[in-house]
Write a protein that binds this ligand. Structure first.
Ligand code: SAH
Ligand code: SF4
Length: 402
């Protein structure tokens, strides 16, 4: 979501004639888009802002803008007090105001509109936000507090944005929202939004992130079964394999319900790759709770899993960490090892099969299941080709274009 916001901010600068630079010495403005989902992210943002002090001293006319979730949490006053050289702070809830209030400070650039260029993804892939904020109340999560309740964009706005990105050369669109599959605008449901997006000219593949396990319905599974342009991959965060912890987290599903969902989704798309997120060391997590999470890695046949140590995001005493840092680290290590082993097994199952690969370069692309694929030659950037895979090295499949 933050990557998408940064792309949006960069696009706003471009429309006013500015270009991106990797060389901070040449910059007229630096925008620090901050995250606060875990304390570590917030700490990183703070030290990044701190490092700009020297830049600003050398370039007093340069602007420093701090935006995003940590800006929302800490507040403008607080940030400006700690870092008086910061020109403006815009929290995640008012990021749309960015264009007017901030870029205006720089004045118009003489260049005129500059060329689009993705920061994070290859030129083939573009993000389209469909929903801002989140209305769920997962106990560990700061997102609803810093981004506000869920607000869906109109289907017209979503389609207009996606169409513009396809026109500019994207082949793959990623629809974004914190609970993206709960999308509802008037009568338009998530599945209907997918159908409308799938009909846009120039689209080769459609992804979305992140769906929440409680919002999938039969209309979606039917669409998944019938629509090959819908990617054969889903990032479906589970967080824990223990029913007790899932209840404390207020996730709204059990381990069994999650596994049942995976079965239904794989029933509709047998080659569906599923990746996930886990949190280890949730307050009160026992050895047994952790063992349940560990066992889920294999049972869920996840292609990939991001594993996070629990990070308290509130001062409420019942939400402080109860697992020692050493134990938390030990559990994380075990989980990462299990994920690595399992991901390799899942990848190996793909060897000798035909993958639909969207090429980013002549030799590299991504399969519909989101696996990285390498060939010796022959790929065309922006085109989908069938590749027969022959092996796997590190996390990458290799093979030949058919
Ligand atoms: N909306 C998505 C998740 C967004 S946050 C969903 O509900 O699936 C991204 C990930 O950060 C989460 O899936 C979770 O694994 C992790 N996360 C969120 N809060 C956290 C915390 N307090 N400590 C550790 N990890 C956290
Ligand atoms: Fe946070 Fe995701 Fe839960 Fe919303 S659904 S509260 S973003 S973890």
């Amino acid at each position: 979501m933050n990557e998408a916001d940064s792309e949006g901010i960069a696009a706003a600068f471009r429309r006013r004639g500015y270009t991106l630079t990797d060389d901070i010495k040449k910059a007229d403005a630096v925008v620090v888009n901050t995250c606060t989902v875990r304390q570590k992210a917030e700490d990183k943002a703070i030290s990044q802002i701190g490092r700009l002090r020297v830049w600003k001293e050398k370039r007093p006319e340069g602007k420093v803008f701090v935006v995003g979730c940590a800006a929302q949490k800490l507040g403008g006053k607080n940030i400006k007090h700690r870092f008086p050289f910061v020109d403006e702070v815009v929290g995640a809830k008012s990021i749309e105001k960015f264009e007017d209030s901030l870029i205006a400070q720089l004045g118009p650039s003489p260049e005129g509109e500059t060329e689009h260029q993705n920061i994070y993804r290859s030129p083939q892939t573009a993000y389209t936000t469909v929903m801002r904020g989140c209305s769920l109340k997962c106990s560990y999560c700061i997102v609803p507090a810093v981004r506000g309740p869920a607000v869906c964009l109109s289907p017209e706005a979503v389609l207009e944005d996606a169409a513009a990105k396809l026109k500019a050369g994207a082949k793959e669109i990623v629809l974004l929202g914190q609970t993206v599959n709960s999308y509802k605008y008037g009568k338009t449901t998530f599945s209907e939004l997918l159908k409308k997006t799938l009909a846009l000219p120039g689209l080769a593949r459609l992804r979305f992130m992140s769906p929440h396990p409680v919002y999938f319905d039969d209309a979606f599974t039917a669409l998944l079964a019938s629509e090959p342009k819908l990617a054969r991959h889903m990032h479906l965060p589970v967080q824990s394999g223990s029913d007790r912890i899932l209840r404390l987290m207020r996730r709204g599903y059990t381990r069994g319900a999650y596994l049942g969902l995976l079965e239904r989704l794989r029933g509709a798309a047998p080659d569906l790759a599923v990746s996930t997120d886990f949190i280890v060391g949730y307050p009160g997590e026992t050895e047994q709770d952790f063992a349940d999470t560990l066992a889920l890695v294999e049972e869920g046949r996840f292609s990939l899993a991001y594993c996070f140590k629990y990070s308290p995001r509130t001062d409420r005493p019942e939400m402080s960490a109860t697992i020692s840092e050493a134990e938390m680290e030990a559990r994380l290590e075990k989980l990462l090892a299990a994920v690595k082993k399992n991901s390799r097994l899942v990848l190996n199952e793909r060897i000798g099969k035909i993958e639909e690969v969207l090429f980013e370069t002549e030799t590299y692309g991504r399969a519909s299941g989101n696996f990285a694929v390498r060939v010796k030659a022959g790929g065309t950037p922006g085109k989908v080709e069938k590749v027969l895979t022959a092996g796997a090295e590190k996390n990458t499949l290799n093979g030949k274009i058919l």
